[in-house]
Design a protein around this ligand. Structure first.
Ligand SMILES: [Mn+2]
Length: 299
């Protein structure tokens, strides 16, 4: 249970002497913290879902969950309540207009100097994020490879974004936790994408990287942890394994940006997928903050 009420800020007395209290607009962490080094952007784009929809409701479901859960990051034992996030709101998106929506995200990211944390929405957004932020290395957590040339006739499907990206630019890439893919994807991955399967793989792969962008499709986790996804895939990773793999990256190189995608609230009746997505952000940003930002402040 979250104790300090972070959301009540504005109040006034009505002519009838009734205290009117406004809560702030829904923000990640319950409050917009302008001096945070992390900027949160929602990208509620949903236009190419291949099985079950609902991801357009993802960003606000995550924000809602984030108001009520503890922000203590267990892996590095640091309370992110001290840092919080500068939630900038949602990027305008329109269903069915993939390129236009992605373009809006690219323009938004070009104007942000903080470390962007993007809440999806479909996985397609990572194409634009990596294109604009130009990280040295890309670490993707996903049950799928998203390397199809086209899916259901759409070359901009969420099953194709990584292929579109790697066709355009060379970025050292690892997909961790993949377990549902087609032959054509494995073929394309050869020599281009490292497949992370167990603890230690990220440690070896991250060598030589200057920074890393981390993209988390919540279907990488076992469906018992994240039932609210579009394409559930059994035999997923645990949250503990996720934390260890991220630590292998962020204890060596700083975070350039991150996203958490594919949360589908209609298939998340208990809300635990949104809670886990919140914790993904809290734990990952805390690892970066404790390792790289605090050091900056003290040096
Ligand atoms: Mn996936």
């Amino acid at each position: 249970m979250k104790s300090p009420p972070r959301s009540i800020k504005t109040s006034f007395l009505s002519p009838q002497r009734v205290l009117i209290v406004f809560s702030e607009p829904l923000a990640f962490g319950g409050e917009k913290r302008e001096d945070s080094p992390f900027a949160v952007l929602g990208f509620p784009f949903e236009g190419t879902a291949s099985f079950r929809g609902g991801t357009s409701e993802g960003p606000n479901a995550i924000r809602h969950a984030s108001k009520y859960i503890e922000f203590l990051a267990n892996y590095v034992h640091f309370n992110m309540d001290y840092v919080l996030y500068d939630d900038l709101g949602d990027v305008p998106t329109s269903p069915g207009m993939v390129r236009e929506s992605l373009n809006n995200l690219e323009v938004a990211l070009q104007g942000i100097e903080k470390i962007p944390i993007i809440l999806g929405g479909e996985h397609t957004l990572s194409y634009s994020a990596v294109k604009v932020l130009e990280p040295d290395c890309l670490l993707v957590f996903d049950a799928h490879l998203d390397l199809r040339d086209e899916y259901l006739g759409n070359a901009w499907s969420h099953a194709c974004w990584l292929r579109r990206l790697l066709e355009e630019r060379k970025v050292k890439t690892m997909v961790y936790g993949a377990r549902g893919f087609a032959d054509e994807e494995v073929e394309f991955a050869k020599g281009r994408v490292a497949l992370g399967k167990r603890i230690g793989d990220v440690s070896r792969w991250i060598k030589g990287c200057k920074d890393v962008y981390i993209s988390v499709d919540v279907d990488v986790f076992d469906p018992s942890l994240t039932p609210g996804v579009g394409n559930p895939e059994p035999l997923g990773i645990s949250f503990d394994e996720f934390l260890k793999a991220v630590a292998e990256a962020l204890f060596k190189v700083p975070l350039k940006g991150m996203d958490v995608v594919e949360v589908s609230p209609p298939y998340d009746p208990s809300g635990i997928t949104a809670v886990l997505a919140t914790k993904v952000v809290v734990e990952t940003t805390a690892m970066h903050y404790v390792t790289w930002e605090k050091r900056k402040l003290t040096s």
